[in-house]
Design a binder for this molecule. Structure first.
Ligand code: G3P
Ligand code: MG
Length: 252
């Protein structure tokens, strides 16, 4: 397929702005906007009753102190959990938002969504279709085109079939050997890769092939400048306040 050249933002908030407020919450979106983000990455999962909600882990233990799996609770039950207290008492009582609630807040704040689809195993298609349905119903046409990203190829295949005009990015911990073929087949605008295993040669090859390159999760300003020198377009960060400041300075 033809590469759709697309200019990624120089940085985006990760899980909202996970160093500044509880991850994947509405206060996290507020914090990202306050820190100067134009874009924000959040994780999307499906509740028991098929409602897309924002959360990273399949278990609720880390964020809510509850041993159940997110997929076993309805959206209403998830909305009664507290995923703010673990971050700090100032955020106690913060609930898990639905994707619809999060998109409404993003639209108000002028944030463009990068929705990372994190399906429970076997629900790749269902999760992607549900997220697209919510976007169609609630993301205003006059706002910038949303991005759907995933580690799971089946999610991106479904997104390509169902809503080809939304932007797509493949996420990878290790850049796969067949990255070029995958990005081409899935008609992605970008590859979002872990900072842990990227090499400068791979970064140059990806950029040289015309794809955007995002790096997660970069919270150290010195690292951010290094990856920019390597040609990365977008730093995906928990600490957009610090990274924005570092990227505003000339590269050493
Ligand atoms: O979207 C990139 C990044 O969020 C992937 O890692 O585990 O933080 O969702 P994770
Ligand atoms: Mg993520």
């Amino acid at each position: 397929m033809m590469i759709r050249r697309f200019e990624l933002p120089s940085f985006m908030g990760h899980r909202g702005a996970a160093a500044l407020a509880p991850e994947n919450t509405l206060p996290g979106l507020d914090a990202a906007a306050n820190a100067g983000c134009g874009w924000v990455e959040v994780d999307v999962m499906l509740s028991k009753d098929g409602v897309p909600v924002l959360h990273h882990d399949h278990s609720l233990r880390r964020t809510a102190g509850d041993d159940r799996q997110l997929s076993k609770l309805t959206a209403e039950e998830l909305g009664r959990l507290d995923v703010g207290a673990h971050f700090g008492s100032a955020f106690a009582g913060t609930p898990i938002p639905t994707l619809a609630e999060a998109l409404a807040r993003m639209a108000e704040l002028g944030l463009t969504p990068n929705l990372e689809l994190k399906p429970a195993s076997g629900t790749e298609k269902k999760t992607t279709e549900a997220a697209i349905e919510v976007l169609r119903a609630s993301w205003p046409d006059n706002l910038p085109t949303p991005m759907l990203s995933s580690f799971r190829r089946e999610c991106l295949e479904t997104a390509l079939r169902r809503q080809p005009d939304y932007l797509r990015a493949l996420i990878a911990e290790h850049v796969p050997d067949d990255w070029h073929r995958l990005l081409d087949t899935l008609d992605c605008v970008a590859l979002n890769v872990s900072k842990n295993h990227l090499t400068v040669h791979r970064a140059e090859a990806i950029r040289g092939a015309g794809y955007g390159l995002g790096i997660y999760t970069v919270n150290d300003p010195v690292d951010a400048q290094k990856f920019r020198r390597w040609g990365a377009d977008c730093i995906i960060t928990d600490a957009p306040d610090r990274i924005a400041e570092a990227l505003s300075r000339p590269l050493p």
